[in-house]
Design a protein around this ligand. Structure first.
Ligand SMILES: Cc1cc2nc3c(=O)[nH]c(=O)nc-3n(C[C@H](O)[C@H](O)[C@H](O)COP(=O)(O)OP(=O)(O)OC[C@H]3O[C@@H](n4cnc5c(N)ncnc54)[C@H](O)[C@@H]3O)c2cc1C
Length: 359
């Protein structure tokens, strides 16, 4: 195993390994030297984000397309519109949206809008890869219609397919298959009784949102936003700002978020690079037309306090993030997957060792 942060390699002994690597399933399977029981193909899905006032509607919309459906989903101050569904055989780490993908989405949604959306309305674009099962054997697909689990070899279990919405069932099935190779008889899964982090006490806090807001000198709207994001873990986020009222101020160029949220992402949520906060722990990269670039320096300084970054490290993080956004913007102007991939892959990587194979 290699730590992609510092390049250190470590041998790990385990009774069983679970290959749950999504679109990398086949690659990991090859490394094991055994033949897989199913294959996974990557299907690219692109969404665009537009401001809430660009579409006058009270509810989400589901549209039929020639291949599938297109969703128009209300999300905070925005609409999310998508998605596409096309095979992707290029860089698995960086699926790139193209001009054609965006035109396809706009073309479909504009058929039902009184005021059509244009490229200028777009605040953000994101692309992901669905790990779809390809060529599964009857035996594996029998295990579940949603996903497939297989004990590929003694000590190696693979799981793929499935959905976000079925992740607990996927995890239960994978662990049930894995424990066959472990000593003893572990008790059966209790995942259906384990609440999400932040769920415990959430409803009581929603009732107390006004009180909480008063206690911390925040607007109740802000506290409700924090509760939506963190549930009852909101106390940990607010604790990060104890004695530092400046952390309860909004980020200058991304005012939906407090400065404390960037600090919390680094101290409690495992964020190690600027892109972890701007594109993953928050969605600033798709919520603001500047795509995070305008607040990159402020967020990097806040993260740097926790992670001990020097000025040159802060500059490097900002530069790498800015180059990523430029590459994404350029790739979204390209007509083909190949051209978009070439431009996106040319951007520097925050985790440079990610792409080198383990020796
Ligand atoms: C555009 C789009 C829309 C979707 N919409 C929906 C929806 O509306 N509802 C729904 O339920 N599902 C939806 N999905 C599907 C859902 O995202 C996937 O089915 C789900 O994420 C699969 O989970 P997984 O854990 O199998 O794989 P993944 O979520 O892909 O996780 C695999 C993980 O393995 C890691 N990894 C890979 N190789 C290594 C390695 N060598 N070492 C360490 N880690 C490694 C990867 O970094 C990744 O984090 C959508 C997917 C896309 C792309």
């Amino acid at each position: 195993v290699r730590d992609v942060e510092d390049g250190r390699e470590t041998d790990i002994q385990a009774g069983v390994v679970v290959n749950c690597t999504g679109v990398w399933t086949d690659e990991l399977q090859r490394l094991s030297g055994s033949r897989g029981r199913f294959r996974v193909r990557a299907s690219k899905g692109v969404h665009v984000v537009v401001p809430r006032d660009r579409i006058v509607a009270e509810t989400g919309v589901i549209l039929r397309t020639e291949k599938s459906v297109l969703f128009v989903i209300p999300w905070r101050n925005h609409w999310i519109v998508g998605t596409t569904d096309t095979d992707w055989n290029l860089d698995l780490a960086h699926p790139a949206a193209t001009r054609n993908d965006i035109d396809y989405i706009l073309g479909h949604v504009n058929k039902v809008l009184a005021t059509p959306l244009t490229h200028d309305d777009i605040e953000g674009v994101y692309a992901g890869l669905r790990p779809l099962l390809a060529g599964e054997s009857e035996e594996t697909s029998k295990l579940s219609r949603e996903h497939a689990v297989a004990r590929v070899a003694p000590g190696l279990v693979a799981i793929a397919g499935g959905k976000y919405t079925t992740y607990r069932v996927m995890a239960r099935d994978a662990v049930d298959a894995a424990v066959v190779d472990l000593p003893g008889r572990p008790p059966s899964s209790i995942t259906d009784k384990v609440p999400l982090l932040g769920a415990d006490g959430y409803h009581a806090l929603v009732n107390q949102a006004d009180h909480l807001a008063m206690q911390h000198g925040l607007h109740p709207y802000r506290v409700r936003h924090l509760l939506d994001r963190y549930g009852s873990l909101v106390h940990e986020v607010l604790q990060a700002a104890e004695g530092r009222p400046e952390l309860l101020r909004p980020l200058e160029h991304a005012p939906d978020y407090l400065a404390a949220e960037a600090v919390y992402a680094a101290s409690h949520e495992g964020a190690l690079h600027l892109e972890d906060v701007l594109a993953r722990r928050t969605r600033i990269s798709i919520e603001y037309p500047h795509r995070g670039v305008a607040c990159a320096e402020q967020v990097a300084r806040l993260m740097g306090e926790v992670l001990g970054w020097s000025d040159p490290m802060i500059t490097r993080e900002v530069d790498v993030y800015t180059a990523r956004v430029e590459a994404e913007r350029d790739s979204q102007a390209q007509p083909s997957d190949e051209a978009a991939d070439a431009r996106r892959s040319s951007a520097p990587e925050a985790r440079a060792r990610l792409i080198e194979p383990v020796g």
